[in-house]
Design a binder for this molecule. Structure first.
Ligand code: ATP
Ligand code: LTN
Length: 328
């Protein structure tokens, strides 16, 4: 039997965060032996928010370098840039005609972003989940590893695929989410009730993967906790719970064991220990990323080879879809 397919995407809208690492990328690396894995830097999604062209070009390469540094080996995975595979845009148009306005209006991310970006609530922001569905369905994907925040978009991809199949027969595989139980949603350090995000304005809220150790530890020391001194996971203790879950994912220890480790300790020691663990984790990746980004021709080659492989796979599905809808 041939291997099942995994697809995931990441936006090149800035430096990846501890949230994207623990919620998504960290789970990607060990999947390549069992699955055919495609990981895509989704630059087309990122222009739903206005981008500076030179910055976008640089950020896209930075993101590619991060993925390689974080052990996504380009010889074991198909690693590529979305805009270099035109089939994504082509399928997206077709799927647009199978997606309802009502469905898109219900997307939490759209509702949030259209408030935040009220001056530029463009049609791309609205149909963003359709392009995401095209990304996934083009490769007959079985599993999509994403953080919790993308679950609703994935549900929409499944609905659109099912609707299309109902009309034209079994064209698309219906993808399943692959969401880790721990680390699925890493929250902000300053505002632990909303997810850690690379577009957050308060930089103390977010750990960027490029943050040097002293900055990381400082940000953790400033992390919002609460006024009692119990180190345990509880809904009314979102700050402490978030730090515990970060520590749990990084050390590979259960939450219960982490709680035990910190029993009777003060918040100061707790926050510093978690901060140091994060800094230690990131340092080797940072060195590797810097080395890769400096190797321009290598990065260009990785992107080109990845895109060529993706184009080949995408062409098969796209041809079937075009034929199904009645194109020449
Ligand atoms: P933004 O921060 O601008 O909203 P983002 O970080 O959510 O963007 P990506 O970087 O494209 O968007 O996300 C990459 C992957 O990381 C996605 O699968 C997403 O679900 C996951 N992810 C992002 N932030 C978190 C988080 N705080 N906790 C867990 N997973 C996350
Ligand atoms: N919307 C996702 C990025 C993304 C993606 C995808 C993830 C674009 N296409 C396909 C999984 C599968 C985000 O903002 N994190």
């Amino acid at each position: 039997m041939s291997k099942q397919t995994i697809f995931s995407g990441i936006q090149p809208t800035g430096i990846p965060t501890l949230g994207s690492l623990l919620g998504a990328i960290k789970h990607w690396e060990r999947l390549s032996t069992e699955y055919t894995c495609l990981y895509c830097v989704v630059d087309m999604h990122s222009i739903t928010v206005r981008q500076n062209p030179e910055e976008l070009r640089a950020n896209t390469r930075q993101m590619l370098a991060w993925l390689i540094a974080l052990d996504i080996d380009p010889s074991q995975n198909i690693l590529y840039i979305q805009s270099q595979v035109p089939a994504h845009a082509e399928l997206s148009w077709i799927l647009n005609c199978f997606t309802y306005m009502g469905e898109l209006s219900r997307m939490t991310q759209f509702k949030e972003k259209s408030i935040k970006k009220a001056e530029n609530t463009n049609a791309g922001l609205f149909t963003y989940p359709v392009l995401m569905a095209a990304d996934i369905l083009l490769y007959q994907t079985n599993l999509v590893p994403v953080g919790d925040d993308q679950k609703q978009h994935l549900e929409l991809s499944r609905d659109v695929a099912g609707r299309f199949n109902k009309v034209y027969g079994d064209i698309f595989k219906i993808p399943e989410p692959y969401i880790a139980t721990v680390g699925a949603r890493i929250m902000g350090l300053q505002n632990p009730t909303s997810k850690m995000s690379k577009s957050e304005e308060n930089i103390n809220d977010t750990i960027f993967l490029s943050d040097p150790p002293n900055v990381i530890i400082k940000k953790f020391k400033k992390a919002v906790t609460d006024s009692d001194n119990q180190i345990c996971v509880l809904p009314e203790k979102p700050g402490v719970s978030n730090l515990l879950s970060i520590y749990s994912v990084i050390t590979g220890t259960t939450l219960a064991d982490c709680e035990k480790e910190f029993e009777g300790q003060g918040y100061g020691h707790f926050k510093t220990t978690v901060g140091e663990a994060v800094a230690d984790l990131l340092l080797p990746y940072q060195k590797e990323q810097a080395r890769i980004i400096a190797d321009t021709s290598y990065l260009t080659k990785v992107a080109e080879e990845g895109a060529a492989k993706a184009r080949e796979l995408a062409a098969t599905t796209l041809a079937i879809v075009k034929n199904a809808v009645g194109f020449q």
